[in-house]
Design a protein around this ligand. Sequence first.
Ligand code: ADP
Ligand code: MG
Length: 173
Amino acid sequence: MSVAAVGIGSNLGDRFANLVAAAVGLGAESLLAGVSSVYETAPVGGPEQGPFLNAVVIIETATPARALLHAMLNIERARDRKRLVRWGPRSLDLDLLIFDAATIDLPGLTVPHPRLLERRFVVEPLLEVWPDAVLPDGTLVAGVGVEGDEPLGVYPFPSVSSPLRGGGSAVGR
Ligand code: ADP
Ligand code: MG
């Protein structure tokens, strides 16, 4: 089994429902080992757009990294993700942040995610669920000072057993 950290974000449509769909989708593929709080954050870069909701999910998975990315892109598509403008508004974005101690540099898949340490809206939820997260080169994520705006708000990750979805599940808190 491998351990992976996946960043999820949404700033279009029902943002909370999109994050829940990401957790449910990842849970169908892998074991959910941790789900962070939801951080509302101002958009960084790209065109003018609404605030994001961001979270990080830790999974234990038997799926290889490339197949996992493929599954992640399918989860995005199922939420009607369109790629119109780089860094533009999106219903759902899943980023493979860390995959074991793997360094991957393939067309279409770079791990660790190249912008991980630059993004407070990724580092903060990651450290919440995985305080000891370490990169393949030995960098302790917690030891890297990350700049960026304070979150606009921090909310509990919605429980999937709430009326949003109906049936009981181990996702969320
Ligand atoms: P961003 O996530 O930087 O805002 P996009 O989601 O539009 O940008 O870009 C996604 C593309 O980046 C995907 O088509 C995917 O092939 C590629 N990619 C490369 N490395 C990764 C990774 N670690 N996680 C997710 N996507 C990645
Ligand atoms: Mg992405």
